[in-house]
Design a protein around this ligand. Structure first.
Ligand code: HEM
Length: 358
């Protein structure tokens, strides 16, 4: 009897041990899997992402309860979202500006935060004063504030400025009414920027369709992805200085700019009929020949692109899905080979060289 009972308890213990083993294995596997899924396959396990994951483990040991409430990654996401949301509450256009800032970062030598580097008189000319950006791109103060908020609320978590740009753009799409999408963290910031690259790699409002397609296919985008991405013009404004140059504008567009008076950088023209809402109205406008930029309206002048415009103008879900997928792809454009990378401490300047390998 005693012999039978001890065998039974031994057997029960073995079953319990086996179950615990499976549970530990599954938890570990799922945690690893989640961590890895959040990292883009296009990126090395860069120091930034490693630091987030390592930190995860340390915090896990110290305070697993707190971690279950908010991981370092979700701390970063909510810190950035808080800043972006309130910036858009203050000025709705800021959402559009942040989406464009991310685009102008990624299209010039990959998503490397290059656009955020300020010029240094006499020694460094970055991307900000290059023609496509000069007096035009906006949102730098919001990105600086988001970086500060991450530092203040997520201690010991280092996140690149390029990552912050990607999150801010996504949160802007959502805040303005578009569809959310996942963002993999792990981008790193360049220790340089490319003034001429901004001029040659970014599309211009006077670009015809062939040039546009070439610039997007240089970055590995299909024509459909290009038409989806340009749909970002469903939000935001262009300066009258831009559209009062005849080669930049759709000649049939009914402009609110008064081009007979001298323009400055503050007079604005909305890019579609509903510039503060992320919707499919941009494509509807194109189908009414009311696109604003020359580069916008040429999308209806070719059978392939016109068919995509009509698809999107008929169904916002198709546009939203394609836009989200293309934004993820754009956000994964890798920095140029050989460029020195770091996690910048202050987004507008490179780290002092002693911290260059951070
Ligand atoms: C052929 C491609 C494109 C061309 C030629 C183009 C050109 C322009 C121009 C000229 C402006 C107005 C600039 C100014 O007057 O200051 C503008 C604004 C804007 N662009 Fe594009 N763009 C293109 C693609 C994209 C893409 C792919 C995105 C984002 C994914 C984007 C997002 C925006 C947004 C949101 C604005 C409004 C920004 C604001 O109100 O601050 N654009 N674009």
């Amino acid at each position: 009897m005693a012999f039978g009972a001890s065998h039974l308890s031994l057997a029960l213990s073995l079953v319990a041990l086996a179950l615990a083993g499976v549970a530990i294995y599954r938890n570990t596997y799922e945690a690893m899997n989640m961590g890895l899924q959040k990292l883009s396959p296009n990126f090395d396990l860069s120091e930034s992402s490693v630091s987030i994951l390592t930190l995860n483990n340390n915090v896990d040991q110290q305070n697993s309860h707190k971690l279950s409430q908010q991981s370092p990654e979700s701390c970063v996401f909510s810190a950035v979202r808080g800043v972006v949301d309130s910036a858009i509450d203050t000025e709705r256009r800021m959402g559009a500006s942040l989406i464009r800032l991310h685009f102008h970062d990624c299209f010039v030598d990959g998503c490397d935060g290059g656009i955020l580097l300020d010029d240094i008189a006499g020694s460094f000319q970055g991307e900000q004063t290059s023609i496509p950006n000069n007096n035009s791109v906006r949102g730098f103060a919001v990105i600086a504030q988001a970086k500060q908020s991450v530092k203040d609320t997520c201690p010991n978590t280092s996140v690149s400025c390029a990552d912050i740009l990607a999150i801010a753009a996504r949160d802007s799409v959502v805040k303005l009414g578009g569809q959310t999408y996942d963002i993999a963290l792990g981008r790193r910031d360049a220790r340089t920027a490319n003034f001429t690259g901004a001029l040659t790699q970014l599309p211009a409002p006077f670009d015809n369709l062939t040039v546009q397609i070439t610039k997007f296919s240089d970055k590995n985008f299909t024509v459909r992805e290009m038409v989806a991405l340009v749909g970002a013009h469903t939000v935001g404004f262009t300066r009258c200085v831009t559209v009062c140059v005849s080669t930049n504008v759709n000649p049939a567009a009914r402009l609110s700019c008064n081009c007979s008076v001298t323009q400055n950088n503050t007079n604005l023209q909305q890019l579609d009929t509903t510039p503060t809402v992320f919707d499919k109205v941009y494509y509807e406008d194109l189908n009414r020949n009311q696109g604003i930029l020359f580069s916008d309206q040429v999308l209806t002048g070719n059978t392939t692109t016109a068919a995509i415009v009509t698809t999107y103008s008929n169904d916002s879900n198709v546009f939203f899905g394609d836009f989200a997928a293309a934004m993820i792809k754009m956000g994964n454009l890798p920095p140029s080979q050989g460029v020195q990378l770091e996690i910048r401490d202050v987004c507008s300047r490179v780290n002092p060289s002693s911290l260059a390998s951070m």
